[in-house]
Design a binder for this molecule. Structure first.
Ligand code: PGA
Length: 256
């Protein structure tokens, strides 16, 4: 596991955008795994400013979708992706995939899993991390070999996501999510973390002890994971020993 330490969220977003752009330049028909939530917003903002043609041959699969929200609902992840990225790039609609939160969950989850397999598998998966260590909507306790499935969201996750809704009661109670096993099949994984509320989850991940109580620790077995974290998200002890830290000058050079 590689750790890139950055000063703040904007630098994290720049790194994340760089990974996506590099992937598409190296392999235009890449299969991208995308995430929603607050963390990747800066990454999408930067991608909107870059070459929109890069995505013509790409395929995307999002990690998750709320159950019970139609695709047109403003808080659905389909709507989020349209607003934040899809409306600004040349990605044919048939090449972007999110689970359908209104479909029969069992049939939809099996079909989603099959679509990912049939595509050849995800080349680059972008992940956020929940303050409870979840990845996608895989809450603590989820088996590491789980595949796309319906989950009941933890109260803490619903509260964390309340900021996108008018009130807590409006936050869906269930979601469809790629499983941890699905995520682990991605060839490369980039996990983004920013802000102090992610510090405990990152401390547990970087401690290197694997437990189903912290879903992100499943990544410890994966051969190609890069964690990009800002200083606020990293505990002092990790900051002191941080193995890899790049200067922004270095990144600016790579982006051009
Ligand atoms: P956030 O969520 O980006 O909104 O903090 C991350 C996650 O829950 O995976």
């Amino acid at each position: 596991m590689e750790l890139i330490v950055v000063n703040h969220e904007e630098e994290m977003s720049k790194w994340a955008a760089y990974y996506i752009l590099r992937q598409l330049k190296q392999k235009p028909d890449s299969i991208l795994g995308l995430a929603t939530g607050g963390t990747p917003l800066g990454m999408y903002r930067l991608l909107r400013q870059q070459d929109k043609q890069l995505y013509a041959k790409a395929t995307t699969f999002n990690l998750d979708e709320y159950a019970g929200l139609p695709a047109g609902h403003p808080q659905s992840y389909r709507a989020y992706m349209k607003d934040e990225l899809f409306s600004a790039i040349e990605l044919p609609e048939a090449q972007s995939h999110l689970p359908d939160g209104m479909a029969d969950p069992e049939i939809e989850c099996a079909a989603y899993e099959e679509q990912i397999e049939a595509s050849g598998g995800i080349d680059l998966q972008i992940l956020g991390i929940g303050s409870n260590g979840h990845i996608g909507f895989n809450e603590p306790g989820t088996p590491f070999d789980s595949r796309t499935h319906k989950v009941e969201l933890k109260e803490e996750t619903r509260k964390a996501n309340q900021r996108f809704f008018d009130k807590l009661d409006d936050v869906p109670t269930h979601a469809l999510t790629m499983g941890i096993g699905t995520i682990l099949k991605s060839r490369k994984i980039v996990l983004l973390a920013s802000g102090q509320e992610k510090q405990e989850a990152l401390r547990l991940l970087l401690s290197g002890i694997q437990t189903v109580d912290v879903p992100a620790t499943s990544l410890l077995d994966h051969p190609d994971v890069t964690v990009i974290a800002d200083c606020a998200a990293l505990p002092e002890t990790v900051l002191e020993q941080a193995a890899i830290s790049f200067s922004m000058e270095h990144l600016n050079l790579m982006m051009t």
